[in-house]
Design a protein around this ligand. Structure first.
Ligand code: FCB
Length: 457
């Protein structure tokens, strides 16, 4: 293969793929694991909108070696995975279940033996159901403290070999989308508006406490950050300076209970007015300081963005644009193809706040992967085309000096896509959910060539 000079990435930029425990592992109660809130909620009739289950996942728990071999064949430099809290602490707190940790320890060994750098997410929505029952889950600060205790245990056992730790993944998705929300993510409960905002705050507190706990328990120097999705990324409709400024402002406004809180450590006055003082969460200034603790990196999970343009006639100076019905959409509600999202997301973060170096910790494309009986290959050209467009924008960001250090594709494997269960496919590797047989798609070969040449092809 010739190495193209065009669109080449710096040599220290890394390419990886991401997954999470509940979405791929299966064997959900093996070796003494406790139940998680997602598995609990999944039993409610109508909760899952497609076939499949967390109990089976993508069968990764019993196929670790095969999956790492496939990663190696793809040339992945890094692999981001999460630890299931309920495997380590079946009741959320108390006595460590050593067998649960052994699984992750063996995975880390297997990755390192194959030259793949582990990036570990401590919490990707694996709340032990015991904590929902005991404390109401994230509505209580006891859960924030329990997360930090668990994070410390993970760090003490694995930081001899793992350098990169994400505290938590996407705070809105295990708080705002779960309480009084039509999205109905687990635990999918009704509560007061104040409790819902309290849950968001408590999750950020859990992140801040975990940041401290991971460092305190580490056996050698580690890098710690968060993987955040924001309530929504915003891209300017054009590159006119007034549109770019409008989009940046809209991005900050949109993310009061996400990046703004994380980097500014305060709730803006407009936000307090909007939700009403009585609905504000309880917190102390000391807790705010913990939340804004300096991270070593920032992970951005970016799939799409909404367009904004300048509008001097509106109160805030911008207008968010609605989606026309015919706009290019993947096989997932809201997942519009907006390649500039991965350029403006990191750029706006860098322009607005004092952010550490960043990774795109997730980007992926939900496609209907046709596989004919007489054609066992999966020629997912739609995924490849989208991936190429997004990678060009990542390259543009790096080229302009935006501090991006790596890119992780979501997902390595087809998997349990939360409420959609197995009905949505994002993997580079196809999984037949009847046999659990793995088949790399054409996109896996494309990504392998991108990694090998270290350039967008
Ligand atoms: C992200 C989640 C991840 C996966 C993708 C499609 O929001 O972090 O678990 O479901 O979306």
């Amino acid at each position: 293969m010739t190495t193209p000079k065009k669109n080449a990435f710096p040599s220290d930029f890394i390419f990886g793929a991401s997954t999470s425990a509940l979405q791929i592992e299966g064997s959900s109660r093996a070796d003494g694991a406790g139940e998680t809130s997602w598995e609990h909620a999944s039993r409610r009739p109508g909760f899952l909108l497609g076939p499949g289950s967390i109990a089976d996942g993508s069968g990764h728990y019993t196929r670790v070696k095969e999956d790492v071999r496939l990663m190696k064949e793809m040339g992945l430099q890094a692999y981001r995975f999460s630890v299931n809290w309920a495997r380590v602490f079946p009741d959320g707190t108390g006595k460590v279940n050593e067998k649960g940790l052994d699984f992750y320890s063996a995975l880390v060994d297997e990755l390192l033996a194959n030259g793949i750098e582990p990036f570990l997410t401590v919490f990707h929505w694996e709340t032990p159901q015991a904590l929902e029952d005991r404390w109401g889950g994230w509505r209580s600060k006891d859960t924030s403290r329990a997360l930090a205790d668990y994070a410390g245990v993970v760090s003490s056992r694995l930081s001899d070999r793992v350098t990169h730790f994400f505290t938590v993944n996407e705070i809105p998705c295990f708080t705002s989308f779960c309480y009084n929300s039509p999205i109905g993510f687990a635990p999918c409960v009704k509560c007061t508006e104040k409790e819902a905002h309290q849950a968001v705050f408590n999750a950020f507190l859990g992140h801040g406490l975990s940041l401290q706990a991971i460092r305190a328990a580490a056996r050698r120097p580690v890098q710690v950050g968060i993987a955040e999705c924001a309530f929504g990324y915003i891209a300017p409709l054009t590159s006119l300076p007034e549109d770019v400024a409008a989009a940046r402002r809209a991005f900050r406004d949109n993310n009061t209970e996400a990046f703004t809180l994380l980097f500014e450590g305060a709730y803006p006055e407009e936000f307090v007015r909007k939700i009403g003082a009585a609905n504000m969460p309880d917190y102390t200034e000391e807790e705010m300081k913990i939340i804004t603790g300096k991270m070593d990196f920032l992970g951005l999970n970016i799939y799409t963005a909404q367009y904004a343009m300048a509008d001097p006639s509106s109160e805030n100076g911008y207008r968010l644009l609605e989606w026309p019905e015919s706009f290019a959409l993947l096989d997932m509600p809201g997942n519009y193809i907006v390649p500039e999202s991965v350029y403006y997301g990191p750029r706006f973060c860098q322009e607005l706040w004092d952010v550490p170096p960043m990774y795109i910790s997730e980007t992926g494309f939900t496609c209907i992967d046709n596989r004919g009986l007489d054609n066992p290959r999966i020629d997912d050209v739609g995924r490849i085309s989208a991936l190429r467009q997004y990678l060009l924008q990542v390259h543009r960001a790096v080229d302009e000096g935006i501090l991006l250090k790596g890119f992780f594709y979501w997902s390595l494997l087809d998997n349990f896509e939360w409420r959609f269960a197995m009905s949505k496919r994002l993997g580079l590797i196809h999984v037949d959910f009847n046999t659990m047989a793995r088949t790399p798609k054409l996109s896996a070969a494309y990504y392998r060539d991108v990694i090998r040449s270290h350039a967008v092809l």
